[in-house]
Design a protein around this ligand. Structure first.
Ligand code: ECB
Length: 138
């Protein structure tokens, strides 16, 4: 059973995604496409280095970071903003603060009941996504 964030995950629920995208300033036409997607995550971890790949039939997005080391993030294909991002552990939650034009922006990942949980937040809006594990085991 997956006790870590690493592995392959597929979205099974997505609450308040539209308001999160509105907070990011995403156009109505793009939001309509994005709302229909079943997002997948592939999370790889090597010591404190993480690679988080979000994929879909429409667009993909990859971020690579080390816990505790601020990095420059460009949200290419999302809202296309430049951010200063910092990821830290808070208990069993992996938390990212994304500093830039938008206030109170970031995300949090954790495992609960063998599911990958994700909160995406921006300017008071919180989108809550849950992913099931689809890692191949043999
Ligand atoms: C990569 C799929 C993008 C599909 C939506 C395309 C356009 C809509 C534009 C912006 C919407 C904002 C976010 C899209 C939702 C998910 C993308 C990744 C969100 C994120 O920051 O994930 C973190 C935590 O897992 C790692 O990058």
């Amino acid at each position: 059973m997956p006790a870590s964030l690493s592995g392959k995950w597929e979205m099974i629920s997505n609450v308040n995604f539209d308001n999160y995208m509105i907070a990011l300033g995403i156009s109505a036409s793009l939001r309509k496409i994005a709302a229909k997607l079943t997002l997948k995550k592939k999370i790889e971890r090597q010591e404190d280095q993480f690679i988080v790949k979000t994929t879909s039939t429409f667009r993909n997005y990859t971020v690579t970071f080390k816990v505790g080391q601020e990095f420059n993030e460009f949200t290419k294909g999302l809202d296309n903003r430049h951010l200063k991002s910092l990821v830290r552990w808070e208990g069993n939650k992996l938390i990212c603060e994304q500093t830039g034009e938008k206030k109170n922006r970031g995300w949090a990942h954790w495992i609960e009941d063998d599911k990958l949980h994700l909160e995406l937040f921006c300017e008071g809006q919180v989108c809550k996504q849950v992913y099931k594990n689809v890692s191949k085991t043999r």
